[in-house]
Design a binder for this molecule. Structure first.
Ligand code: GDG
Length: 473
């Protein structure tokens, strides 16, 4: 049996440089934790960009050597490649279209497309250096849509899986991308294509069927006699880690501090990367409407809002940040009193222990994206509610809403109903909170991250066996 190679845009590490020396810290992201069991065992590997620009052979070799010890293999990218492939094509074209932001944000630059192709080929070259015939390759996300096809063209028998972490849009959106057919061809290089939800999978099958001469039966798309299986695999989290964190001394200390600070006030929490898909402004509007419509909540409730800086070199993100700053300023200026601010707004990341303390303390967690592939914050909140109380308000546009059906489900563009959901949450009796939270905790713990990894890897094996059986028939 061969090894498994994970491929993603970013390696699961943070690298910092001081005095010509590199310090490598492993990242705590959901994917990194989930796939840890895979790439850290045996000869398995993870291939990706190390996250910083490294010039010169000496420095590159130094990083390469340090990463090798952790089963990681770097693909070094230049500043121009980052700008065209990552910021330009991936985040400037694919991200907005896949999140249904067509006219305002997408900017179809041919040069960015050329760069995207070039970097996907660069990943192929790096992959071929480490791939052996029996290996299983699992490619991740929208930055590498062409890689499965590129790999298939030189390794027709390879075992290739692909998983998309963001939504796959309906055909009417997807067709707007000038290079739509090439993208679908790229993805169809895989044997197994996975999405978070059934809807994403069926949008993909529709796009493939409309754009290419393929045969489709149910969830199998046949390309040149090669069946490609398309399925949903809703990603989970390491629920045990979040439950255990709430019992750690550091977290308990922070919980006590938070409770002392907020006293009898109810705490509504939201945690998002800065992104227009996360519905941050709409959520603020709903909160403002709450204070306007129900003044009895003045001084009784706090919206604790963490926005993690992201992609701030892109103009649209800077503009969004300015709008959020202004809205928070307006709400606080209008409603604050000497010893109370309605919105506690933070524009910076926090350690995991602080997030855990907040998850554990917050009466309500607001997860109201306009579109989200899955949304792990909602699941982390549920996993941290070890006392079974607490209310999750969840957008119907997040993949997680298909699983966490006992949340208060809202439409993020309906500001009024989001405001009413806040009232429902703030007044929900404890036994009702417990009933819902227990059901959600069962879902989060049963379909956790190791389950996700296991079923994807097993399915890949089955698909390969199915293909082999067809050929020997
Ligand atoms: C993409 C898709 C899909 C946030 N702030 C801090 C921090 N975080 C962590 C959270 C959570 C993660 O970042 C965010 O994950 P999400 O799923 O919410 O969102 P995206 O980053 O947009 O992820 C998404 C996901 O991929 C997986 O497939 O669910 O739909 O868009 O884990 O806890 N972590 C720390 N400090 C922070 O301040 N340490």
């Amino acid at each position: 049996m061969g090894k498994t190679i994970i491929v993603s845009n970013r390696l699961p590490v943070k690298i910092t440089e001081a005095d010509g020396k590199f310090d490598i810290l492993s990242s705590e992201g959901g994917l990194a934790t989930g796939l840890g069991s895979v790439y850290q065992s045996g000869n398995n590997l993870w291939l990706g960009w190390p996250g910083i620009e490294v010039n010169g052979e000496h420095d590159q070799n130094q990083i390469k050597q340090q990463l090798t010890e952790a089963n990681l293999v770097p693909v070094f990218l230049t500043a121009d490649e980052i700008s065209g492939y990552y910021e330009g094509f991936s985040n400037g074209i694919l991200w907005p279209i896949f999140h249904y932001y067509a006219s305002t944000y997408a900017n179809y630059k041919q040069a960015d497309w050329e760069c995207y192709k070039h970097v996907n080929k660069k990943f192929l070259t790096a992959l071929l250096e480490i791939t052996e015939p029996e290996d299983t390759i699992w490619i991740h996300d929208y930055q590498l849509l062409l890689l499965p096809g590129l790999l298939r063209s030189v390794k027709p028998d390879a075992t290739i899986g692909f998983f998309l972490h963001i939504p796959f849009p309906s055909f009417e959106m997807f067709r707007l991308i000038p290079w739509r057919s090439e993208l679908i061809e790229g993805i169809l290089g895989a044997d197994l294509v996975g999405f978070h939800t059934f809807d994403d999978a069926s949008h993909f099958i529709t796009a493939a069927t409309r754009l290419l001469p393929v045969n489709t039966t149910s969830n199998v798309v046949t390309v040149d006699d090669r069946p490609v299986v398309v399925e949903s695999f809703p990603m989970g989290i390491d629920d045990a880690k979040y439950a255990a964190l709430t019992r750690s001394d550091d977290v308990l200390k922070e919980v006590t501090h938070l409770k002392d600070t907020f006293k009898k006030r109810q705490l509504m929490l939201c945690i998002d990367r800065l992104d227009y898909s996360k519905g941050i402004l709409q959520r603020l509007q709903a909160f403002e409407l709450l204070l306007e419509t129900y003044p009895e909540y003045i001084e009784k409730v706090v919206l604790h809002m963490i926005v993690v800086p992201s992609r701030d070199s892109v103009p649209q993100y800077r503009e969004l940040k300015e709008n959020i700053d202004r809205k928070v300023g307006d709400i606080n200026a209008r409603y604050r009193t000497i010893d109370w601010s309605p919105v506690n707004y933070f524009y910076r990341p926090f350690p995991l222990e602080t997030l855990s303390a907040l998850y554990h303390t917050a009466d309500i967690c607001l997860v109201t994206p306009m579109r989200d592939g899955m949304n792990l914050v909602s699941k982390e909140y549920v996993a941290s509610r070890t006392q079974d109380t607490g209310v999750l308000i969840l957008s119907e546009m997040a993949g997680a809403s298909k699983e966490l059906i006992d949340a208060i489900i809202v439409s993020p563009s309906n500001i009024n109903s989001m405001m009413e959901a806040m009232v429902t949450g703030l007044t929900m009796p404890a036994d009702e909170q417990k009933r819902r939270m227990r059901l959600m905790r069962q879902v989060v713990s049963k379909f956790n991250i190791s389950h996700w990894v296991r079923i994807f890897m097993e399915r890949m094996k089955e698909v390969k066996q199915m293909q082999q059986a067809m050929h020997t028939r």
